[in-house]
Design a protein around this ligand. Structure first.
Ligand code: MN
Length: 289
């Protein structure tokens, strides 16, 4: 059982939600980081508690006020009990708590698992709904306060921005639409309020952005030019070796296993793909937190 009571959990999610929405770095669905800062980019975390702890400990955000950390797809991992309850709310809450403690330094990206959890359906694993398993974990751990905890989780997930930009042209988002979708993609999605239509399966630009797979380097070029990005870093597609290079302007990262990586970068240095790769660190090589 986690060492947190329902009121504390709800309070941390609520603070993190407000900080996500009200950040002075945020304009509509995009957070723009300041120049001359560090930014530690990660890939999907999927409740990998060791990697999350290592990252949070190594970042020492309190001692490094110019260091930013980007997190995404924290939920839906491998911690199931015998009844099928899954408690990745623990890592999501740890991240929300980190945001509450260092609001201007911790940033999130909306991911497809978040959207599935908001809707309560949409992703199956071994024939079981991972969203149902997540609910079961909340019900097991907060039998009295389940509804209010669940609402605070949903509101937190809904408050996550779609993208993060840096002054040096780095652009971070969870994934990219397919080539076919990019041809008619609604790029205004980054710069306006969202509606239900934006989240709609297949046709909504939010859905396309966070569910898309297998974009080609040509598609990346079109997308990157449209958002005025030099280099795009995403997660979403699993990477056994921790990362993959997709042409000259796109790197895919994973942070959800031992060989997973993170990339300590800056918001002002100019990077090409090789320069980012040379900065990457594997979680397995980091000291235990
Ligand atoms: Mn994903």
């Amino acid at each position: 059982m986690p060492n947190a009571d329902a009121d504390t959990v709800v309070e941390n999610f609520s603070i993190a939600t407000d900080e996500n929405k009200l950040s002075s770095l945020r304009n509509q669905q995009v957070v723009t980081l300041p120049p001359d800062c560090e930014v530690w980019m990660t890939g999907d975390m999927h409740d990998h508690r060791t990697n999350f702890s290592k990252l949070a400990a190594a970042a020492r955000l309190g001692d490094n006020p110019h260091r930013h950390v980007v997190l995404h797809e924290l939920i839906h991992g491998d911690h199931f009990d015998a009844s099928g309850a899954e408690d990745s709310w623990i890592t999501l809450h740890a991240a929300a708590e980190l945001k509450a403690q260092h609001p201007s330094q911790v940033h999130f990206l909306l991911a497809n698992h978040d959207l599935a959890q908001i809707h309560g359906e949409g992703i199956m694993k071994s024939g079981l709904s991972v969203c149902e398993a997540f609910y079961k974990g909340l019900k097991r751990d907060f039998p009295e306060a389940y509804h209010k905890v669940n609402i605070s989780v949903t509101e937190f997930l809904l408050s996550l921005p779609l993208a993060i930009r840096c002054p040096n042209g780095l652009f971070f988002c969870h994934s990219l639409p397919t080539d076919e979708q990019i041809a008619s993609f609604d790029f205004t999605v980054f710069d306006r309020e969202l509606t239900g239509e934006d989240y709609k399966r297949r046709t909504g630009p939010v859905y396309q952005l966070i569910w898309g797979r297998n974009v080609t380097p040509a598609g990346v070029d079109t997308f990157a030019d449209a958002v005025n990005a030099r280099l795009i870093i995403t997660g979403h597609q699993p990477q056994e070796m921790g990362y993959a290079v997709n042409g000259e302007r796109h790197i895919i990262m994973a942070s959800d296993h031992n060989q997973g990586v993170f990339a300590p970068l800056t918001t002002s240095d100019e990077y090409d793909v090789d320069a980012v790769l040379s900065r990457m660190k594997k979680f397995v090589a980091m000291p235990a937190a």
